[in-house]
Design a protein around this ligand. Sequence first.
Ligand SMILES: [Zn+2]
Length: 411
Amino acid sequence: MGVRACRLCGARLEETFVDLGMSPLANAYLQPEQLSSMEPFYPLHARVCGRCYLVQLDDVESPEKIFADYAYFSSFSDTWLKHAQDYTEQMVKRFALNPSSMVVEVASNDGYLLQYLRAKEIPVLGIEPAANVARVAQEKGIPTLVKFFGSETAKELVRANTRADLLIGNNVLAHVPDLNDFVDGLKRVLKPHGVITVEFPHLLRLIQENQFDTIYHEHLCYFSLFTVEKLLASHGLTVFDVEQLPTHGGSLRIYARHHEDLTKAITEAVRNVQSLEERAGLAGLETYRRFKDQVHDTKRRILEFLIRAKDQGQTLVGYGAPAKGNTLLNYCGIGAEFISFTVDRSPHKQGRFLPGTHIPIEHPDRVREAKPDYVVILPWNLRDEIMLQLAYIREWEGHFLVPIPVPRVYA
Ligand SMILES: [Zn+2]
């Protein structure tokens, strides 16, 4: 690797945000026969730019591998569908979308969101790079272009006379290797009075709630309102509204327009989130420099808890096999000697093993058979829902352990 340059402003990257060591790709679940093969590990080192404060991962070798096995279908989650439906209803109302409007979604997945607009006879176009996922959308009647989005794709769309009244990019920004090319594309495709909405996990929450396990190779960048405004502004786009959402442990939804479009005033909400971030010190390096200390401290506390539990002869199993769990377990060095197995509702994951730690993934019924002293909840963002589903562990006085922000036991 040569000199590392910031993905937003090009400055040299020298400051470490947190170094999580070597980690396998978080979604590289293993089949039993792969357990005896070599397994690739990549550096998982997040840095912060000293000039624009964008938090970002070091480039790793072979990034194309990260998306090779992409098999996430949004429609699998009911909560997520509800979120998408509510969003579309708000947008139709607020921006008076109708059958003569055009809505374009970047990283449109299987059409989980555009289907609600399509049902209202509003013309839509999805752009989705994963061909197998795009095909599902097309079968549902959602026109979908199988492409990565950037300035080239944007130029093609404009040539074909496709420009957006509403341009949507949900949870895509973190995955974009060339941020400036991507935003240049957004600028091109947006109609003069069009609106861009972008949702992304809020870096402020990552820092304040110690969500270091949301750092994994698929997430190249971690955004604040501060950095997103800077990124958009450098392409002639202005953020005029923002909402704080509960999704992914705390996200922002920003609304942007062309600088020249003065028909949409900047709301008080923008000022409010800006000042939240200023008070938290996001516009200075010190806050970012301190983050690693809190991660190191959490690692020690989690290990202390697990070692004590095992010394006392207690048993632990996991719940869930999310990407974030893999960062946590690999970084802390927690294998089946601590957590005998984990369970997951997804049939695609059952019978496989977690990358790196090789903890087996079983069917959820196994919890009842094993009667563990602790169930470790790996997708902590779904904590309440999972504790409700597994309320029966109280029959044998089992407890829940939630590792993030700090290990905490729920009776
Ligand atoms: Zn920078």
